[in-house]
Design a binder for this molecule. Structure first.
Ligand code: UDP
Ligand code: MN
Length: 241
């Protein structure tokens, strides 16, 4: 049977949460051999998300791991790190060695063909991400089938200039590394995580037609401050989060 893809989606309570996860979850039902890890940045699992997960019929794991207060007070908050870390631990403890780990934020848009691209990942594979930053796309630069650099609007001294949705990791490979972690440093989560995997650029597996095909987009949902303020007063079953 084909490798399982562990899709890790960090999420947090706000009015858009149910909408984002419904859209993403329904996309995932179109894909074979998915295990969806919904990792809430919260002390408890939200009831509407539990119901959604049961309804979708996908194999899933629902986790709740709040961000420590000290990070919430930072100028640039490292979003989704506590919950992604919990999911990482879960995959290291329970993931099949033949499986593949993929981080997919709740507001991103994905073409289901991306999953068949990443399914064969042994170490770390990469591909472009659309609608991101000033350059519109972030992508590895590929020469003769190998990654030779990165095209990204925010280099920031990073070794791996990639977005969270721009790579997947072989679970067996990850389990062999000693100190796998994700730093609580805004903007450096991906780079820190990939460095902790002892990855060298020459070992990156190139996907999506030598990184010429965009199959995932860093879309963002507009925030509505009034809606957020009123969140507590919405008593509809799907909004009471
Ligand atoms: N997130 C989270 N806790 C927060 C803020 C965000 O878990 O306090 C999640 C969010 O649901 C998303 C990911 O972390 O899946 C990245 O956050 P966001 O989409 O706000 O970041 P951006 O699109 O600006 O990179
Ligand atoms: Mn986002």
């Amino acid at each position: 049977s084909s490798p399982v893809i562990y899709v890790v989606t960090p999420t947090y309570k706000r009015p858009e949460m149910v909408a984002e996860l419904t859209r993403l979850g329904q996309t995932l039902t179109m894909v074979q051999r998915i295990h969806w890890i919904v990792a809430e940045d919260s002390a408890t699992c939200s009831a509407p998300i539990t119901s959604l997960l049961k309804r979708l019929g996908l194999p899933y794991t629902h986790l709740a791991t709040p961000m420590p207060e000290i990070y919430r007070r930072e100028k640039f908050v490292p979003r989704g790190v506590s919950n992604r870390r919990a999911a990482l631990q879960w995959v290291q403890a329970n993931g099949e060695n033949t499986g593949v780990l993929f981080f997919l934020d709740d507001d991103n848009a994905v073409d289901i063909r991306l999953f068949e691209e990443m399914r064969s990942t042994k170490t770390v594979s990469m591909w472009p991400v659309g609608l991101i930053g000033e350059y519109t796309v972030s992508s590895p630069i590929v020469k003769e089938g190998k990654v030779v650099g990165f095209y990204d609007g925010w280099p920031a001294g990073r070794k791996f200039q990639v977005d969270m949705a721009g790579f997947a990791v072989g679970v067996g490979y990850m389990k062999k590394q000693r100190k796998v972690t994700m730093p609580y440093i805004a903007g450096h989560e991906e780079d820190g995580f990939l460095k902790s995997l002892n990855l060298s650029i020459s070992n990156i597996e190139v996907k999506a037609d030598r990184c010429t095909n965009i199959l995932v987009w860093h879309t963002r949902t507009a925030k509505n401050p009034i809606r957020t303020l009123n969140m507590e007063t919405h008593q509809n079953d799907n909004i009471k989060v």
